[in-house]
Design a protein around this ligand. Structure first.
Ligand SMILES: CCCCCCC/C=C/C(=O)SCCNC(=O)CCNC(=O)[C@H](O)C(C)(C)COP(=O)(O)OP(=O)(O)OC[C@H]1O[C@@H](n2cnc3c(N)ncnc32)[C@H](O)[C@@H]1OP(=O)(O)O
Length: 725
């Protein structure tokens, strides 16, 4: 780990090297500082270029060192040293310049970026604010409004957009370092005053105070409960109101405050958990290290319903040529139009960001009714609706048509992968790829490992996730897999609470205030109540297959709420029909309004079923809904369906709108304390013995009996398990 230099003509080239992403560890910062000091003091050097080794400028401060940051790495003084240099310093940005990496580049007098590079200040995603001058220099370079959008979202900005915004001075297609050296030579001797960003005035819109007040309101709403986006607005206020040096103090104060919060710890955990889950290992010993993913050069998608369309879009965005197949001409026409409109929207979005080349870089999409066209594709993703018989028919068909090396994936949210694999001539190449809607936006891919699935198939599906820009999480094959298995109990608990006297909007508000993107009732209305109704009808929980004489509110020995079924029987399917748990301005409307009809209906329902209602507190809502979900998470670990708590957390953070600043459900449980979770579950189970899902899982009890060990030790307490992975 070193910054080493060479001199090219009169330009010193300093290379930052700390594989794999040149994170600015204390050691690297010291090394760069030494190299810059030497270059400044060397008479043979007239200009300096700073670059990163192996095609990456720098991914910012070394997050692994954060627990040692109290001593403070001297990044700020290194950046000041660079900016104060009388010799011009040029940043040659390849790959990434993120966080402290971009802050360092902003300290340089000039910035050249490779066309494929991207820059950003993603500290907010780690629960922090940029604190090495980034939030003070950037608004002096690109203005308050663009800075606000970058630092509150942490978004990464491609080189061409960065050029448009003014973050970089030039974008080049190749030889970034050579170009940087040429530029450095050209500017030798020129005055640097206007290139020292800290000395420039902040570019403000008129009435900047009102602008920032409004921004604060928006950010509070957009990132409900998260502290760091609010601190980002505060840093910008400091940039506007205070001279640079005082702004720097405020930046540091805010950073140091955030640095002590639970939220930053949770977000750092979430960051590393996402990287951890990519490193899957099977009990057989096969792992991400030993298995070789096969190339995915072409793909096919079967079915152009809501999921199929967005899966096709996702593949095209990843530049993978895709063949989309439907069963009849009418469906094909409807589906192809929908895909083209999704792609148009994506192109528009990208063009607005300055990517004029994006249209050409989409993977080509071909629409067909002919299975024969699928003969040569590398991977097929079946995305028809959730009907086992239909899926099996398709898999049988694919078996006979696709080349023997083709992988067969099913996009199912919970059906048995093995049953589908069993009808094919290649069960080892069948795998579940559970996309989340809309698939071209949502980051999660649950990769479901069947009994026969080979490690090559797993590693190919995990690579597909990465190619699509998604986080792939490997899970075992059980009904509803991990995400929906936990979600079902959470939603069920919310419905029970309505039976017991709460209102949908009270429950939604409590859970949204906790930080969830959407409460369970708004979520059900959005997804369509009829989907669950159909599934329950099919398995005989309701409808004609339900044995006569079954008590309305009981299935077997468990409590059952027929409320969602009754709503469907009354044509209340949610947003699509203009009524569900809420009412909407029209069919397809999105504005959920409490519905007096529902209150009357619930009172009548409670009367008919002789239900005793009680005042349901916000605490009870949160605890019952979340702890039942967490409890099931422990059962999933016990059953060997997920290999660790990190997998469950990554699934929830990326697929279910769980607030990342609490780390995910399992991490949240570890912060609340497992003994507390256990005691509460015991209490709620005691009061509701007909809800066995509230009965604490044996793994949770075991962990409590072992003294509430930290989350990273939970795996070691699983002991013997019949792993489904
Ligand atoms: C008053 C005090 C002043 C203090 C000032 C400090 C201010 C500065 C703060 C910061 O800079 S915070 C860090 C901001 N940077 C980021 O958030 C970047 C995070 N990284 C990424 O987005 C991605 O990793 C990437 C760089 C885009 C690369 O993505 P890719 O998919 O190619 O690889 P990954 O699997 O994500 O990562 C590979 C490997 O590298 C590790 N890593 C990535 N970034 C960092 C980092 N900043 N620090 C330490 N380690 C990092 C990552 O964990 C992976 O490790 P392994 O899993 O392979 O061990």
């Amino acid at each position: 780990m070193a910054a080493f230099s060479y001199i090219c003509d009169s330009v010193a080239v300093i290379t930052m090297s700390n594989p794999p992403v040149n994170a600015l560890s204390s050691a690297l910062i010291r090394a760069v500082q030494k190299a810059v000091e030497e270059a400044i003091g060397d008479f043979a050097v007239e200009a300096i270029v700073i670059r990163g080794d192996k095609g990456k400028f720098s991914a910012g401060a070394d997050i692994r060192e954060f627990n040692r940051l109290e001593r403070g790495p001297p990044l700020v003084s290194l950046i000041d040293l660079i900016e104060d240099s009388k010799k011009p310093v040029v940043a040659a940005i390849e790959g990434v310049a993120l966080g402290g990496g971009l802050e360092l580049a902003l300290g340089c007098h000039y910035r050249i970026a490779h066309a494929q590079a991207y820059v950003g200040l993603p500290e907010v995603l780690l629960g922090l604010v940029p604190a090495a001058g980034g939030a003070l220099r950037l608004p002096r370079l690109i203005g308050i409004s663009a800075t606000l959008s970058m630092i509150t979202t942490g978004k990464y900005v491609q080189a061409r957009e960065a050029l448009k915004l003014g973050i970089v001075d030039k974008v080049v297609g190749e030889n970034t370092v050579d170009e940087a050296i040429q530029l450095a030579k050209k500017v030798i001797g020129q005055p640097l005053g206007s290139r020292q960003l800290s000395t420039l005035p902040v570019q403000c819109p008129p009435n900047v105070e009102a602008f920032l007040d409004e921004a604060m309101v928006k950010v509070k709403k957009q990132f409900r409960g998260a502290q760091s986006p609010l601190a980002c607005v505060e840093v910008l206020r400091a940039a506007v109101q205070l001279p640079y040096l005082e702004g720097k103090k405020k930046e540091r104060e805010l950073f140091q405050f955030l640095y002590t919060t639970d939220q930053t710890r949770a977000q750092q955990y979430a960051f590393f958990a996402e990287r951890e889950v990519a490193k899957w290992t099977l009990p057989s010993g096969a792992s991400w290290k030993t298995a070789s993913p096969q190339p995915i050069r072409t793909a096919a998608v079967i079915g152009l319903g809501t999921m199929g369309r967005s899966i096709v879009t996702s593949l095209a965005k990843a530049k993978i040529p895709v063949i989309a197949l439907e069963q009849d001409k009418k469906q094909l026409d409807i589906g192809s139009k929908a895909v083209m409109s999704l792609l148009d929207r994506e192109i528009l979005k990208m063009e607005q960001l300055g990517h004029t080349e994006f249209t050409n870089s989409l993977g080509p999409v071909q629409f067909t009714l002919d299975y024969g066209k699928l003969r040569d594709v590398d991977i097929v993703i079946e995305a028809v609706f959730e009907n086992m018989a239909l899926k099996k028919e398709i898999f049988r068909h694919l078996s006979g048509i696709c080349k023997p090396e083709a992988f067969l994936c099913t996009n199912t949210s919970g059906l048995d992968i093995d049953e589908m694999a069993s009808v094919t001539n290649r069960p080892q190449m069948v795998i579940g790829t559970h996309f989340f809607s809309p698939a071209h936006i949502m980051k999660l891919l649950e990769v479901v490992h069947g009994h026969y699935t080979s490690s090559t198939t797993i590693s190919t599906a995990m690579r597909l996730a990465k190619m699509l820009g998604k986080v792939g999480v490997l899970v075992g094959n059980c009904p509803s897999f991990v995400g929906n298995r936990l979600m079902r109990l959470y939603v069920e608990q919310a419905v029970f609470l309505v039976e017991e006297g709460s209102k949908p909007e009270e429950i939604d508000r409590a859970l949204e205030d906790f930080g969830l993107a959407m409460g369970p009732f708004r979520m059900m209305d959005l997804a369509g109540l009829d989907i669950g109704w159909k599934a329950r009808t099919e398995i005989g929980l309701t409808g004609p297959k339900l044995p006569i004489g079954t008590p309305a509110r009981q299935r077997g020995s468990k409590r059952y709420s027929p409320l969602p079924d009754i709503l469907c029987e009354k044509g209340r399917f949610g947003q699509k029909s203009g009524q569900g748990w809420y009412k909407y301005e029209k069919s397809g409307g999105r504005n959920a309004m409490p519905d007096p009809w529902l209150y009357n209906f619930l009172s009548e329902y409670q009367r008919i079923h002789n239900l005793k209602t009680h005042y349901v507190t916000q605490e009870e809502i949160i605890e019952r809904c979340l702890y039942v979900l967490i409890n099931e998470g422990f059962k999933v670990l016990e059953d060997g369906i997920a290999s660790g708590p990190e997998d469950i957390d990554v699934i929830y953070n990326n697929g279910y709108g769980w607030p990342k600043y609490t780390g995910g459900p399992m991490y949240y449980a570890s912060i609340v304390g497992l003994p507390v979770v256990l005691t509460k579950l015991e209490k709620y189970y005691g009061a509701n013995p007909d809800i066995p899902d509230l009965k604490p899982s044996s793994f949770l009890k075991k962990l409590v009996s072992k003294g509430n060990p930290p989350l990273k030790e939970w795996r070691s307490h699983l002991g013997f398990q019949s792993s489904m992975l």
